[in-house]
Design a protein around this ligand. Structure first.
Ligand SMILES: Cc1ncc(COP(=O)(O)O)c(C=O)c1O
Length: 453
């Protein structure tokens, strides 16, 4: 019998009550009916999550350092958000395509008020927002070229998208081609003359915008062919942070060349870094700001926030819609979640918690005579990379450390980037002082158990 035959043979009989309640059944069924590539996390079966904790069916709980991969910024299952979702469902409107709805009007208005970006283009996932930003940039560039040519056929410019080495923008084709992690895009066609990647202007590294011109020219294009530069304020893959001076130089370069500056805050937005948006730390204003995850803190919804109405003027009618982009239930969740940020207190508290996390990790490292490295704390995001004797990355130890944390009641995850050697720390930004102190103590105990040196 092949594996496929076995999987299908089991389908004929009903799942028993006992099986359905059993975590082992959940894990084995997922393994049987999903590709192995989808099973990246420890087999903790989530039953419910609330605030900073995740619970399994037996009532065991974990302090959460994943935020469901940076989504539950304002805490899991916030009562305000749950109430809004329930109310919207009760109202009897679960879907409306692009027909106008009250909840959509209220939410795009709230987004404009909170962000200062006058327009929103709504989508479902982060990668979709990335694709949308590329399209908006392309249409804007084409429109500007037509205007410059006096309404004629344009200036024959090409469309070059500049992104950064080490970047992660999602897993759809355009997002993956924009990404700066070569192993992640080796399945995709090579379009290196269109997607031009340049070194990331990380803090402490010499960087000037000349690298953009050099790279664009060596790809056979001109700086004026660049339709947008897209980047992150800290790179999710390595937690390197953008240098503030370089960020401003980049802003200036984009303005000078009429290329849109697209800042991907899909993971760094909504208080994660101790500011509402991470770009506030470096004093630049993006042209297009990409948000998702913490936008609703729960249901799938993302947006391209548009800094100036001129940027969308050349997009053709219908080009920015999708089936689920205005989903009323996701919008109700987003609206309730946005209200939590309105008075700024949640973000202020996040900044305080960020300092507590940085101090706690600094103490932890000081207590270890060796090579454990904290990577780039910025508010409530940090990483710990385990290294071997010779300084090389040590994914096995990181996995052992993660397993030990989970055993002790601290839920962590180790993403595939950095060779799987970085344990990424990303608690809900509403984690309390006591909860963070407890989590740091659990982490310290786990690292003692693994005998990190
Ligand atoms: C910076 C960044 N951009 C884009 C994405 C893609 O978002 P999604 O997984 O919702 O498509 C992610 C997801 O982790 C991300 O961290």
């Amino acid at each position: 019998m092949t594996g496929t035959d076995e999987s299908l043979a089991l389908l004929g009989r009903a799942v028993t009550q006992d099986e359905a309640q059993d975590d082992a059944w959940v894990v084995s069924t997922l393994r049987r009916h999903e590709p192995a590539a989808m099973h990246t996390q420890h087999p903790v079966v989530w039953e419910r999550a609330s605030g900073s904790r995740v619970f399994n069916r037996e009532g065991r709980s974990w302090l959460d350092w994943t935020s469901g991969i940076l989504t539950a910024n304002a805490g899991h299952a916030r009562p305000e958000v749950v109430e809004a979702i329930t109310e919207q469902a009760r109202q009897g409107l679960l879907h409306a395509y692009m027909f106008p709805t009250r909840v959509r009007a209220r939410t795009v208005r709230a987004l404009a008020e909170l962000s200062g970006f006058p327009q929103s283009v709504l989508y479902t996932t982060g990668a979709e927002a990335v694709e949308g930003a590329l399209k908006i940039s392309s249409r804007y560039a084409a429109g500007r070229r037509r205007e410059r040519a006096g309404g004629g056929g344009g200036d024959g410019g090409r469309n070059v998208i500049v992104t950064f080495e080490g970047a992660f923008h999602g897993r759809t084709l355009g997002a993956q081609l924009s990404g700066g992690l070569p192993a992640q895009r080796d399945w995709a066609p090579e379009l290196d003359d269109v997607f031009v990647r340049v070194p990331y202007p990380a803090r402490g590294e010499a960087w000037t915008a000349e690298v953009i011109e050099t790279a664009v020219r060596s790809a056979g294009s001109r700086p004026e062919d660049v339709i947008c530069v897209m980047g992150e304020i800290y790179q999710g893959s390595t937690l390197r942070q953008i240098d503030p001076v370089a960020a401003r130089e980049l802003r200036e370069w984009c303005s000078r060349h009429d290329a849109l500056l697209v800042v991907d805050e899909i993971q760094s937005g909504f208080g994660r870094t101790g500011a509402l948006f991470a770009h506030e730390h470096v004093g630049i204003r993006p042209d297009l700001l990409l948000v998702a995850k913490g936008l609703s803190g729960s249901l799938p919804i993302s947006a391209v926030l548009v800094g100036d109405e001129r940027f969308t003027r050349h997009v053709r009618p219908g080009e920015l819609t999708s089936t689920h982009s205005g989903n009323p239930v996701s919008l109700a969740a987003a609206e309730a979640n946005l209200a939590l940020y309105a008075d700024g207190r949640l973000v202020e508290e996040a900044a305080r918690r960020g300092r507590q996390l940085a101090d706690g990790l600094a103490d932890w490292v000081a207590g270890l005579p060796g090579r454990r490295r904290i990577i780039g704390t910025m508010g409530l995001i940090a990483g710990v990379a385990c290294t071997a004797e010779d300084g090389s990355l040590d994914p096995q130890t990181s996995q052992r450390l993660a397993a030990e944390c989970i055993e002790r009641g601290l839920l962590v995850c180790v993403p595939s980037t950095l060779g799987g050697a970085m344990l990424k720390i990303m608690p809900p930004v509403t984690t309390s002082e006591a909860e963070l102190a407890e989590a740091l103590a659990l982490f310290g105990a786990a690292s003692d158990a693994v005998q990190l040196r």
